[in-house]
Design a protein around this ligand. Structure first.
Ligand SMILES: *Cc1c(COP(=O)(O)O)cnc(C)c1O
Length: 413
């Protein structure tokens, strides 16, 4: 058989741009092994007797310039504990974004509070702060911004609205390890902030989460929720608040101590590759890269995202993803629809639950429509954080593949 021409797209039988895999995730080595063995042999597998969790909390707090850190089981429980610590009461409303993972608004539902969705901005994918005030009602108690893909929200605007209306700011910083807003660590800019260490995240122990705050009061409350309602300095059988056992294990902390040391260099690589992709992809007609944030300070990059205009690129997002995958470029379309389109929201009024009983028919998410969030779900492409750990040559392959597909677009519709 004749080899096919190099510019024939792989999806129609051409040679793929590459077959070499992109970097594997997670990244680990002798340091993690040594830490884990230390925990194993010490017999202190629990944060109550071991020292690793405390050590990790201190290191993570310091890296983010926060006074307090409370490690916990995952990002979802970090958010729930933070809402409880902030005193968000059943039936109160929390303003958040619909372009996010389920845990953001899911944590609000879990404390029987009401997520109120405001739309995102098309060039950042972050919640539009100019829409927040219109969404405030007498029941609003907090704002929960997400620093999507690691790009910080405008925390000046969000905090000033919060101050004016006496609302708490609970940052979902689950994409933003090490990121900053004007030089202040994300997660410690609002009243309280939450991070995840689940497997797909830039800092991981398979699962895990952490809460940051500069308020001693909130730290004590959140810590109490995470530690079965106990309070520091009191007896083990004294329980003061309704908590749960949300503690991190020493295994996770041992791994995270080493992962945190790897983070700054990895972030530099992701950032350098992001800048390269932004520059190259934005010059290809029909693609739009995301806005940058000059006020940020240290930048965290989780996923890399860019948007496809079918009209000028020649083919639509779904087809481009298929074609790129065939070229050996891992990428996907991200959230298939805004969070509120999930049955857990759409059917909330139908299913008997404490929340439905509390607010009854007012809870109709079928009426929610955020056009920018709807649009981005249809035209964005996500490249995951571990792919961004590749070399310059790896990034060039991504650009080459995109250009190749665009040149052949008429054949691919
Ligand atoms: C990952 C993530 C969370 C929390 O996830 P867990 O899997 O519970 O650790 C919360 N919000 C966002 C935006 C996330 O991506």
């Amino acid at each position: 058989m004749m080899p096919s021409a190099p510019d024939t797209p792989a999806i129609v039988g051409g040679k793929p741009v590459r077959t070499k895999p992109f970097p594997k995730w997670p990244v680990h080595g002798a340091a993690e092994r040594k830490q884990l063995l230390k925990v194993l042999e010490s017999g202190d597998w629990w944060c109550g007797t071991g020292k690793k969790t405390e050590q990790f909390e201190q290191a993570f707090a310091e890296y983010h310039g926060a006074k307090y850190a409370i490690a916990c089981t995952n990002g979802s429980t970090a958010l729930e504990a933070s809402l409880l610590a902030c005193g968000i009461a059943p039936g109160e409303e929390v303003i958040t974004t619909p372009y996010t993972f389920v845990a953001t608004a899911g944590s609000i539902l879990r404390v029987n509070a009401v997520p109120v969705f405001v739309d995102i901005m098309p060039d950042t994918a972050n919640m539009d702060p100019d829409l927040i005030e219109k969404a405030i009602t007498p029941r609003t108690a907090a704002i929960m911004p997400v620093h999507f893909a690691g790009l910080p929200c405008d925390m000046d605007k969000i905090r000033s609205i919060a101050r004016k209306h006496k609302l708490k700011v609970i940052e979902d910083a689950c994409h933003a390890w090490g990121g900053q807003w004007k030089g202040k660590g994300l997660g410690a800019v609002g009243d309280i902030g939450c991070f995840s260490f689940q497997m797909s995240k830039n800092l991981t122990a398979g699962e895990g989460g952490i809460i940051l705050t500069n308020s001693r009061k909130l730290a004590n409350l959140a810590g109490s929720v995470v530690h079965v309602g106990r309070k520091a300095g009191h007896e083990w059988y004294e329980h003061f608040v309704i908590g749960s056992n949300l503690r991190m294990t020493e295994w996770q902390s041992a791994v995270l101590i080493e992962q945190l040391k790897r983070l700054p260099k990895q972030q530099e690589t992701r950032l350098r590759n992001t800048a390269f992709l932004d520059e190259k992809l934005s010059r290809i007609g029909g693609l739009k890269t995301m806005a940058s944030e000059k006020r940020a300070g240290r930048r965290s990059v989780h996923i890399y995202i860019f948007r496809v205009d079918k009209g000028s690129f020649g083919i639509g997002r779904d087809r481009l993803v298929e074609c790129l995958n065939a070229e050996g470029i891992p990428c996907h379309g991200g959230y298939p629809f805004p969070l509120y389109r999930n049955p857990v929201f759409q059917d909330l009024g139908k299913i008997d639950s404490p929340l439905a009983r509390l607010i009854g028919k007012k809870l109709d998410y079928k009426k929610v429509n955020c056009p920018e969030a709807e649009r981005i779900c249809k035209d964005v492409i996500w490249i995951k954080q571990s792919t961004l750990l590749g070399t310059r040559k790896d990034m060039r392959d991504i650009v080459t593949a995109v250009k190749k597909i665009k040149a052949a677009a008429p054949l691919l519709t």
